[in-house]
Design a protein around this ligand. Structure first.
Ligand SMILES: *[C@@H]1O[C@H](CO)[C@@H](O)[C@H](O)[C@H]1NC(C)=O
Length: 305
């Protein structure tokens, strides 16, 4: 557009391109856009600065994202949400909390999105006390009714840290029916703490909700597999198949020499150099064995598929 028609991009266009860069983790392209913004004096616009912060944070360049944030004049709630979410998604819960406090002391009113960001930040960093307090204060202190996403984050927060009973109490008190994400968070916590009994409890209490959810079936399958109950795992898989349930496959990708290589769980890697890939993966698995058992189970399941 720019070179063919000599049309100058406006703020809205730049935001769309930055958002695409953020979703694809295309940091180098994002930096080019940043350069273009400076040359065309678009970097002073709040809308564009917010997108830039979001792009840098999602691409993992926290330093640059933070710098752009601090330089942004007249920060609004979207600016604060972007920086809190950014730190949170990379496990920097304390930094996210510090930003939240600064947001409040500088007189900004948080919204529902702020709370999704800060609750999931606490969850990823294992900051149970802080997250629990924030959730309890949502209505009383900030006048925000928790929605489905807030419940999912809180259940995840409590469950991850092993407060399975408390997490399931939160689910029971929900004014609406829990969705896939909430149930998934609860079952995933059972999986992390290899508490098969509690998972079966949850499933029997909410059987109708669980059986409709492909994700929950898959989780149950993995819970059984994780605790070595391979027969029960196979049953769950068969039952998921018979219901015609299909789970959307998660994908990941890497960029090597400007070419994208896409990976799907259970990928047969036909046209890829699979021997080499599995050799490296095997080596990594050995190294990780010392670090985290959970991750090894995940990798082994992936290779089994
Ligand atoms: C499973 O979780 C429940 C509730 O927190 C707890 O009472 C029980 O002891 C746990 N079981 C195992 C095997 O950890």
């Amino acid at each position: 557009m720019h070179s063919a028609a000599n049309v100058t991009a406006n703020a809205v266009m730049i935001c769309s391109v930055l958002s695409a860069c953020a979703e694809l983790s295309a940091l180098n392209l994002g930096k080019e856009i940043h350069g273009y913004m400076i040359r065309t004096f678009l970097s002073n616009e709040l809308l564009v600065s917010n997108s830039l912060v979001d792009m840098y944070m999602k691409c993992g360049n926290l330093k640059e994202g933070h710098l752009v944030f601090e330089r942004t004049e007249g920060k609004d709630v979207i600016s604060w949400n972007s920086i809190i979410k950014g730190f949170g998604m990379h496990g920097l819960g304390i930094k996210a909390l510090q930003m939240f406090d600064r947001m409040i002391t500088s007189g900004h009113q948080p919204d529902g999105i702020t709370f999704v960001a800060i609750l999931s930040a606490c969850s990823h960093a294992g900051l149970v006390d802080q997250g629990r307090l924030l959730f309890n204060n949502m209505v009383s202190k900030y006048g925000i009714e928790p929605g489905m996403e807030h419940y999912a984050c809180t259940v995840d927060l409590l469950g991850r840290s092993g407060f399975l009973e408390e997490a399931s109490e939160v689910v029971k008190k929900m004014p609406m029916e829990p969705n896939d994400c909430v149930l998934g968070a609860l079952l995933n916590s059972c999986k992390m703490h290899t508490n098969t009994t509690f998972a079966e409890n949850v499933v029997s209490r909410m059987s109708s909700l669980v059986s409709e959810s492909p994700w929950s079936c898959t989780l149950m399958m993995n819970i059984y597999a994780g605790s070595g109950k391979w027969e029960d795992s196979a049953k769950e898989r068969a039952s998921a198949r018979s219901k015609g349930l299909k789970k959307a496959a998660g994908q990941s990708w890497i960029e090597v020499k400007k070419k994208f290589h896409k990976f799907v769980a259970g990928d047969c890697l036909e046209e890829k150099n699979s021997g080499e890939i599995f050799r490296v993966l095997g080596g990594l698995t050995n190294q990780m064995e010392d670090i985290s058992d959970d991750y090894v189970i995940f990798l082994k399941l992936m290779m089994l598929d």
